[in-house]
Design a binder for this molecule. Structure first.
Ligand code: AMP
Length: 416
């Protein structure tokens, strides 16, 4: 079914086609007509489902029934949890708007960068603002924008907004919005706090539940966090505590690190143990059996545990150290999401391992936003490129050598 039959303007369908979107994804097929009809939306959607275009396309069409911009007014507000997602969503909105006769003004605002250029960009008002909650409130306080004219609100990844501790900021933003508006609510999961937020916001919403991947396949949500080498244990502990992860398998590069990280987590109030080839067969068997019986929350392991063992329904796998190769990545993340159960695979990417991560991503055909948990902004400097990275003919390292060198560099980094 072509985009145009969903009721979209030819200019929007053309822009979608130019992005390589030949046919709408299931979430787009359901969301577009409902949003165009002015309905509120409650959608279960994950990254990869095409959810961004599912709200961006009808949002742009609704705004195309143009009204002149007035200073500081915002017509559509998209709230997202991270700066990476803000940049990504802003890009999708801009690309889809490319052929509209009156191009909407799109502003993307997030923290961690200077506020002044964002204030300048908002001066004459904006049709669409894509924002993280904290910076949005800063801009309101600086009188750089008004939210009382918002016609359409999108909450993207509502569960992560709450996980990341934005509940207060969100309620302050919501208090500034006009009562009459259209609300689009997207979340990958619906724990009670997300449900409560949805019922507060939405008026007789159209419900859409679209799995990200074909149901017979395992659904593995993949995420990557940027973090300094010496803060990985702290980040891990924080994520386990704040996201309520239970039964986490953590991969590290060496047996020494497996012991060390498990000990640190244990000291930090988590039931954590190690599992690696340096343990006796008996100790390994026992650790595994206890993990299966759910006596441990966290098992820290080397690649020993990446293959073969089937711990059913293991919910979370963490690459504390990145795997040596893309093949190892597949084996590691395959520990979760087994037998059709959904799983989460999280990779920690340090400044020193970023180049290696890019290679894994490329091999995997992945393109994940590199997220930063507030308070864990990386400060380490990336190492200079290794001599073999240059373009000298005959002296270039093979991809395999690059992966090995990066893994060796990562393993050589001081553990925390
Ligand atoms: P999202 O779920 O919005 O993060 O989108 C996931 C990926 O799917 C992005 O790379 C989009 O460019 C792509 N995408 C979105 N809609 C379509 C479509 N209709 N056809 C093909 N790819 C799409």
């Amino acid at each position: 079914m072509p985009f145009i039959s969903l009721g979209l303007a030819p200019a929007l369908a053309q822009a979608a086609a130019e992005l390589g979107f030949t046919a709408p994804t299931p979430i787009q097929t359901e969301a577009v007509p409902a949003v165009l009809a002015g309905r509120d939306l409650l959608a279960t959607a994950q990254t990869g489902s095409g959810k961004t275009a599912a709200y961006a396309l009808p949002l742009l069409q609704r705004l195309a029934q143009a009204e002149p911009l007035t200073p500081r007014r915002v017509r559509a507000l998209v709230i997202v949890p991270t700066r990476e997602l803000a940049a990504q969503a802003g890009e999708v909105v801009r690309s889809l708007a490319l052929h509209l006769p009156t191009k909407p003004k799109v502003a993307v605002v997030f923290g961690g960068v200077s506020i002044n250029p964002q204030m300048m960009a908002l001066r004459g008002g904006a049709d669409v603002v894509v924002a993280t909650p904290g910076r949005l409130l800063d801009l309101v306080e600086h009188n750089a924008l008004r939210l009382s004219g918002v016609e359409l609100l999108v909450l993207d990844e509502a569960d992560r907004l709450l996980d990341l501790g934005f509940a207060d900021e969100l309620s302050r933003v919501l208090a500034l919005l006009p009562a009459r508006r259209q609300n689009l609510f997207f979340s990958a999961t619906f724990p009670p706090d997300v449900q409560a937020l949805a019922s507060l916001l939405l008026h007789e919403p159209t419900r859409i539940d679209v799995p990200a991947v074909a149901t017979e396949e395992a659904v593995i949500l993949q995420q990557a966090y940027r973090v300094d080498t010496n803060r990985r244990t702290e980040l891990l502990r924080k994520l386990i505590k704040t996201q309520g992860w239970q039964r986490v398998l953590v991969f590290v590069a060496t047996q020494y690190l497996a012991e060390r990280v498990a000990t640190k987590l244990h000291q930090g109030d988590l039931y954590a143990t190690s599992f690696h080839g340096g343990l006796s067969q008996g100790a390994r068997k026992q650790a595994l059996a206890e993990f299966k019986e759910k006596r441990w929350d966290v098992v820290v392991t080397t690649d020993l545990a990446a293959r073969g063992i089937d711990i059913s329904q293991l919910p979370v796998v963490v690459n504390y150290d990145l795997p040596r190769s893309a093949v190892d990545y597949v084996h590691r993340i395959g520990r979760t999401g087994r037998a059709g159960a959904s799983g989460l695979a999280v990779s920690f990417v340090t400044p020193a391992s970023e180049a290696h991560w890019r290679l894994i991503e490329k091999r995997q055909g992945l393109s994940l936003p590199l997220e930063v948990l507030p308070g864990f902004e990386p400060k380490e400097e990336a190492p200079p490129p290794s001599p073999g990275d240059g373009g000298i003919k005959g002296k270039r390292m093979s991809k395999k050598d690059k992966l090995r060198a990066a893994a060796a560099a990562a393993a050589a980094n001081k553990p925390d």
